[in-house]
Design a protein around this ligand. Structure first.
Ligand SMILES: Cc1ncc(COP(=O)(O)O)c(C=O)c1O
Length: 460
């Protein structure tokens, strides 16, 4: 008998899910004892699951995406109108929302002037890598194709993006990797790779870029990519001055600076982009998650006019354009959603709200420093992490299973928080919080109360 594919009975849907869905980052054998979580609807920061349970979402959709919150009818309306008018034409041609969004976006990022579209953060980074390598091919005699990335940073799920990811547990099993990538040390003060303390450390973690460039060969290194603030590797804001050192090294060695703003971009840290806190001037900026607040899949590789100009027609080489395409990159309705999400952030002063509510959140979390297992609290804007340790003196990380227990105890209070998930060996010990930019003071206080109760309960 044919199955009823459109059943709305929760028991049937859960059975269908267990039997046919393959969840991301999930061990399905646990579903024998515990039903999978199936989300049904949301409004603001509130979510409801298929069993009618309600949550306050302090993760913006699990992975820091839904910047303007759930239930924004104006975004759905903008997408609806564009789909009726023109659902698609390849980005070999332009479309009206693309032109409007590109003009708007570049107005928010002085120094950046060109917008290249694709569908995911990984793809946006791959485009940047292809641009770097094409420039190496065209302008540097086939050299300057190596790209340096930082330990603990994540740049995506595709093989080249993973090849440039400094998280061993995300890479395990998936090699062999793409050649032409090299790693530099992370920038986490709490676990300084050089055993130093800030201030007074001469920012060795940033200066290490020069060492790596020399090791690889300055003729070979074309670019370096950073998450301005490391996200999934443990919410790590580098100290002030870090990117001044990086930028100086990039200029001296003719190395392009790529900022992966897939998490930080579009307001998450209280400015439009994370790098803007540090006064950096990147050559390329990639972004995805918050671009359209995840109402539509859309990602961007944005560049300076100088990077773009490397691909302008050269009478000697008719092929000197960027020979790359993504079928769905440039989907007009994605740009309509991005334009409307950006308009909401401006109209509702959400950058300002993010900075103020972020401070309230970070201060409240820092007040929990005396609780058992709380080792370090860090963040910027609505983007915070709590590092849990077995012993505050030795800073030995708790096991990942303990973090799962704490996150579960917080969820039992009705609040969803995130955590490092199979990222760094022995160091998946960080809870993360990233509520939508429209969060209220009352909601921040509810989140703080639940986090405190969860930490206390798990420690019993
Ligand atoms: C900093 C960063 N870059 C890139 C990516 C990859 O984005 P996507 O999953 O959309 O491919 C992610 C995803 O979590 C990310 O956190």
């Amino acid at each position: 008998m044919q199955k009823d594919a459109a059943s709305t009975d929760p028991n049937v849907l859960i059975k269908d899910d267990v039997e046919h869905v393959w969840h991301h980052l999930a061990q399905h054998s646990t579903f024998a004892a515990k039903e999978p979580l199936i989300m049904v609807e949301g409004q603001g920061l509130r979510l409801r699951d298929i069993r009618g349970r309600e949550y306050l979402d302090a993760t913006s959709g699990g992975v820091w995406c839904v910047n303007v919150g759930y239930g924004r009818k104006s975004i759905a309306d903008a997408v609806h109108a564009q789909l009726l008018k023109l659902p698609y034409y390849a980005a070999t041609a332009g479309n009206i929302p693309y032109a409007q969004f590109a003009a708007k976006l570049t107005s928010l990022m002085p120094g950046i002037n060109r917008v290249y579209l694709s569908n995911s953060g990984s793809e946006a980074n791959e485009k940047a890598y292809k641009m770097v390598r094409a420039i190496g091919h065209m302008k540097h005699g086939g050299k300057k194709k190596t790209i340096i990335y930082r330990h603990r940073d994540y740049h995506g799920t595709t093989i080249a993006a993973l090849s440039s990811t400094g998280q061993q547990e995300r890479r395990d099993w998936f090699g062999p990797f793409v050649p032409g990538f090299a790693e530099m040390p992370h920038a986490c003060c709490y676990r300084c790779a050089f055993g130093r303390g800030y201030p007074g450390c001469d920012l060795e973690c940033a200066a290490a870029l020069e060492t790596v460039i020399k090791q690889v060969g300055e003729d070979e290194v074309g670019a370096v990519i950073f998450e301005p603030i490391t996200a999934g590797g443990g919410v790590i804001p580098p100290v002030a001055g870090y990117y001044d050192v990086i930028q100086d090294i990039c200029r001296r060695y003719g190395v392009l600076l790529i900022m992966d703003e897939v998490v930080c971009g579009m307001g998450r840290t209280g400015k439009w982009f994370g790098y803007q806190h540090y006064g950096a001037s990147p050559d390329m900026v990639t972004m995805a998650k918050g671009v359209a607040s995840a109402y539509m899949p859309i990602s961007v590789t944005a560049t300076t006019e100088n990077v773009f100009a490397q691909f302008l027609h050269d009478p000697g080489d008719k092929m000197a354009y960027f020979r790359d395409i993504s079928t769905f990159g440039g989907c007009a309705a994605g740009c309509s959603a991005a334009l409307e999400s950006t308009r909401i952030i401006e109209e509702e002063n959400l950058l300002d709200n993010c900075a103020r509510m972020g401070e309230r959140l970070l201060d409240g979390l820092k007040d929990m420093a005396g609780l058992p297992f709380v080792g370090d609290v860090r963040g910027r804007g609505l983007f915070c992490g709590i590092e849990l340790v077995k012993d505050k003196q030795s800073r030995e990380p708790v096991d990942e299973s303990y973090v799962i227990k704490v996150a579960g105890a917080i969820a039992a209070q009705g609040v969803l928080v995130g955590r490092t998930n199979r990222s760094l060996p022995g160091q998946n010990n960080i809870l993360n919080l990233a509520p939508a930019l429209c969060v209220s003071a009352g909601e921040i206080d509810t989140i703080l109360k639940a986090v405190k109760a969860g930490l206390e309960k798990a420690a019993q």
